[in-house]
Design a protein around this ligand. Sequence first.
Ligand code: HEM
Length: 429
Amino acid sequence: MGSVDQATTGGLLQRYDEALARDPIAALGLIRQWMREDWRSLFAELREHRPIFVTPAFTVVTRFADVLEVLSHEEVFSVRAFGPRLDAALGAPFMLGRDATPMNWREKGLMRVMLEPGDAGRVRELTGRLADDLLDVAEPHGRIDAIDELFRPVALGVCAGYFGIPGPDQQTLSRWTQAIVADGFANYLADPQIQAASVEAGTELVAYLRGRLAALRARDELPDDVFGRLVGSRLPDGVGMTDDRILVNMAGLALGFVESAPGAMAGAVEQLLLRPHVLAQALEVAGDTERFEQYVWEALRFNPFFKLIPRICEQDHVLAAGTPRAALIPAGTFVLTAPASAMFDADVVPEPEEFRPNRPRHHRLFFGSGHHACLGMHVAGPVIGEAVRRLLLRPGVRLLPPPEGEIEYRLGIFPGRFALELGTGEREG
Ligand code: HEM
């Protein structure tokens, strides 16, 4: 959503009901369209009038408590919506494709150790260097495509410098991750071509990682990155990872990061640039990364990258039991939890339409919640914060008039293009 307007309440549900009586497919099309283009208004109406919104194809969960309830019951609400696709691409199970297995428990634990929160400083420094170099190149031109010329190459650079996955080249790594994510999270009609492209990309990615693993094993000294750490870790048999498991988990790092981080950076920058007075306050504290990042997270609440997190209901479940909105979710229901809506639920987030940088961390659902909560959040946080900071510290960064100045998404999910004006002199008030 490219505007700072408050969500307007009213009218959408009535239009949906009328369309549903005539043509259910068209009615669902309307919901999908509003989820993309006018999600704040749609969710505001749903939270108020149909907090658990049952449609013929899916059920949308919009209140904060209910989103948490779904995401914390992995034995009831599974990741089967996308799990089998990820398995097919990687040729083996991965934590985000399975629920509550010993593999989830063990590998998430091990990978948390590898993605040490204490790396935040080093990751921030790397991000800052990458971002400044790219901005130096773009600045003389007076404009930048913030996605392809800054955010995506920064994410790929962190993938290379911190994870230890440079890819054969940035373009190929990006192509692989997009093909796999497209099938897992945007192939609603199960298009066999998209599926085949994902399996092909996954096979190539894992083969590439296998080559890199062999090269690492041949070295006397391992690099100080996540891949090197994982290969060098010495754990008793049955606890450590086999080579095959290392490859799947390394692939998962790239898949979790390369598109979501640029998407989040773009969303936050857009929302800050739409609010010049807020941006000015943020820049006043830009010397203090922690305080600055509070503005980034609050901006992201107004345009989060993962607006919906899908689940399949595996057994009948009464959601929000004991409240007036309690609803039976039958087994087999495709459930869309809406963190983007939950973060505007006034029962939990006071005066949600106001921009308040000091909101508590537990009101943020950008990184999911519960069993599948983001593995990489301690790394992603400083990367997003620092890339945004380095960009906004440049003089004269401005949104261009729409449509150019709006974030364009490919396939409805991938950050595609986000053109910005860059000044060449001092930042103006
Ligand atoms: C260092 C960067 C990142 C890595 C390595 C990473 C990796 C992962 C992994 C492996 C999972 C699955 C965890 C599990 O199944 O237990 C996950 C979940 C998730 N990640 Fe990340 N991620 C990164 C960055 C991001 C970013 C930038 C965002 C968005 C702002 C994000 C949002 C999420 C969300 C919402 C989930 C939950 C998905 C669900 O419940 O279905 N991640 N991440």
